[in-house]
Design a binder for this molecule. Structure first.
Ligand SMILES: Cc1cc2nc3c(=O)[nH]c(=O)nc-3n(C[C@H](O)[C@H](O)[C@H](O)COP(=O)(O)OP(=O)(O)OC[C@H]3O[C@@H](n4cnc5c(N)ncnc54)[C@H](O)[C@@H]3O)c2cc1C
Length: 515
């Protein structure tokens, strides 16, 4: 496959990037690299014979930074992918079978009057003083999510922090259109092997089933779980984390929508795992993430089918995976992005974020043709750290439970967790705080939402919070409540947000334009 004629071959530089795989990771990489490195020759190979995973449909607010990085217009994207707004995740039945709480994206709306504390400490102090707390009273995200109200702005102030749910297949198609419009070359074919340079073992070309060879300077492996280049060719190795995250299967079944989309993902604990519910405009995505050591596939399908809120729209789709991380996701001239670099189950919607992060880091450490090993090491260290920190956060959801109704939950409650997580749980036990370390995606507020929501005990609180006079504490809480009510009253209903979005939508010609 010849190189693009209009790209000047610069010696010592990466001139051609070959992306193997056309799932979410492949097209996100193509669209971001074509925005940031428009002078390069970018080729994407995708196989018509090997399907994409196609179920990653919930994101976190950082996803909006990806849209900026990749120059994806947010309005056009929402329209093209049947997207809905997400203000957080509602967890049902996690800490105890009857419990329910929301992990919101924003912070609580307290005015600390100059004190160096955060809202979680105010709430813990109130609980210590014997008050019953409803977090929705203090968080605009939770209040807006439960009352179905949303706008990106409220007057001059920004509205609640938000992310999106979207249809994964439509998303890949949308990104493909953008990338191709920017000059990315798409090749349809199945890669059967890779040729390596004799000296350094770098990938020289991807060889297709029909005999074509696609040469490149930098290869991005977006081939999914199989890790075609990074594992099958370069043998990176894989750390299996199943002992901490025992789910190894998912069954997905979309169903008809029965109401205006809710503004949150729902994660409901089930017998041997949990069920996701992701509301889109044209349907609802559902899935059961489970461990086959505790329920078989037929049993999981049955459990999911009996917990759908609309008629199923497709047959059950079973996905099998091993939670863990590739030991090195960049080797020589090959970088693995997406499922080829590892997989953490979708409880906190972090996989697409890890794709975004890997693209961001690749751009940060973008190599010359000599592929400086220091840059490669930095990238691997950063990505390994990010994977491990997110892993710990997800494990905490399973570990901090008082459920003992099934063998699965008893296993989770009793399992030994990584030392890094043990330390965070100890911090919380000591004074209701988790300190944010280098590489932590999740803030202390997020940790608190989970640990508080699941009823983790704390022996003490921060001395600053403990020392607030009672009348000041009451005033802070009252004022925060008033602020939430006032902001909420200014938010239109989500239906009117959607109608306005539809009305402002002009034409597909907007695709490709900058936000
Ligand atoms: C059950 C489940 C639920 C999930 N939910 C979420 C979520 O809510 N939020 C989130 O952020 N993430 C979620 N994810 C993760 C998300 O789906 C993935 O991170 C994302 O889709 C990226 O996948 P990918 O592109 O790496 O791989 P894939 O979708 O598997 O794509 C691989 C691509 O490589 C191509 N390919 C493979 N082999 C070859 C070959 N030999 N030759 C040529 N092409 C080849 C395939 O054709 C395909 O185009 C979920 C994952 C699972 C399993």
């Amino acid at each position: 496959v010849p190189r693009r004629q209009d790209v000047t071959q610069k010696p010592g530089m990466v001139n051609r990037i070959v992306i193997v795989g056309g799932g979410t990771a492949g097209w996100m990489t193509a669209v971001a690299l074509s925005a940031q490195l428009p002078e390069l020759d970018i080729v994407l190979i995708e196989s018509g014979e090997i399907p994409t995973v196609g179920v990653g449909e919930a994101t976190i607010p950082a996803f909006r930074d990806f849209n900026t990085l990749a120059q994806v217009d947010e309005e056009a994207f929402q329209k093209a992918t049947e997207a809905t707004i997400k203000l957080g995740i509602e967890f049902v039945g996690w800490g105890a079978a009857e419990s329910r709480y929301v992990h919101p994206f924003d912070k609580d709306m307290f005015d600390f009057e100059g004190r160096e504390i955060d809202g979680d400490q105010i709430l813990l102090r109130a609980v210590r003083d014997g008050m019953t707390i409803d977090r929705a009273d203090y968080s605009l995200d939770i209040a807006a999510a439960y009352s179905g109200r949303f706008a990106t702005r409220v007057g001059k102030m920004s509205g609640p922090a938000y992310a999106f749910h979207f249809d994964a297949k439509l998303y890949a198609a949308h990104l493909r259109a953008l990338a191709e419009a920017r000059g990315v070359t798409r090749i349809e074919g199945t890669v059967v092997s890779a040729e390596q340079h004799a000296g350094n073992g770098h990938i020289a070309s991807a060889v297709l089933k029909d005999g074509r060879s696609v040469h490149g300077d930098l290869f991005v492996d977006c081939s999914g779980f199989r890790g075609l280049l990074i594992e099958q060719t370069l043998r990176a190795g894989y750390d299996d984390w199943t002992q901490w995250l025992p789910a190894n299967r998912a069954v997905a079944i979309p169903c008809k929508s029965v109401e205006t989309p809710t503004l949150f993902t729902r994660a409901t604990a089930r017998r041997a795992g949990w069920q996701w519910r992701i509301p889109l405009r044209h349907r609802t995505g559902n899935g059961y993430v489970f461990s086959d050591g505790f329920v078989d596939e037929a049993g999981a399908v049955q459990e999911l089918l009996s917990n759908l809120d609309g008629d199923p729209l497709a047959d059950p789709h079973i996905l099998r995976f091993t939670t863990g991380r590739r030991r090195r996701s960049w080797i020589g001239n090959c970088v693995a992005i997406g499922l080829s670099s590892g997989f953490l189950e979708p409880l906190e919607s972090t996989s697409i974020h890890l794709v975004h992060l890997a693209i961001f880091q690749l751009l940060k450490y973008f190599p010359g043709r000599y592929f400086d090993p220091h840059l490669v090491d930095r990238f691997n260290a950063d990505m390994n750290e990010a994977f491990e920190r997110i892993r710990d956060f997800i494990i905490a959801h399973y570990k901090v439970t008082t459920r003992d109704d099934t063998a699965f939950w008893r296993y989770c409650r009793d399992m030994k967790v990584p030392e890094t997580l043990e330390e965070k749980l100890r911090q919380y036990r000591m004074r209701g705080t988790v300190y944010r370390g280098e590489g932590d995606l999740f803030t202390p507020s997020s940790w608190n939402a989970i640990l508080f929501g699941q009823g983790a005990p704390n022996e003490d609180i921060h001395p600053i919070a403990a020392g607030i006079p009672k009348d000041v504490l009451m005033r802070m809480m009252r004022d925060a409540k008033v602020r939430v009510v006032a902001q909420l009253a200014r938010l239109p209903t989500y239906e009117s947000y959607l109608s306005e979005l539809d009305a402002s939508w002009t034409a597909p010609s907007r695709i490709g334009q900058k936000a």
